[in-house]
Design a protein. Sequence first.
Length: 151
Amino acid sequence: MIKIICVGKIKEKYLQQAISEYQKRLTKYTKLKIIEVADEGIAEKNKVLSIEENRINRFIDNKDYVIVMSIEGDQLNSVEFSNKLMSIYNNHSDICFIIGGSYGLSPNIKKRANFTLSFSKMTFPHQLFRIILLEQLYRSYKISNNESYHK
């Protein structure tokens, strides 16, 4: 199972539709659960990160293989990402991705991670990034199953 814990809610209908489309596509390959935790808004950074950390931690299980999405993480191409994902499944049945909010993720959440992944050195809005992650998850399953998918 893949669990995605995200800070913030998706309000825009067109983004919700894209997320729903990839959720539907992924049902062929895996169980998927998206958990949204409230963002704390704009306040003092360390306070926000601490509050969001507590909200995120409620949904991380001890058995989860945790992948945090962070600009400091390793960058993989789509084939490498697919191979990494399938390799993780050899030892873990549950993979948990965590997408932070405006200030990113707390140091404690990053320390809890089994792997830190970056899709780019650029900063993306977390609402849009959720779609990018879902698309790459879908692509990775297509790659691992030797199924065609547009490039």
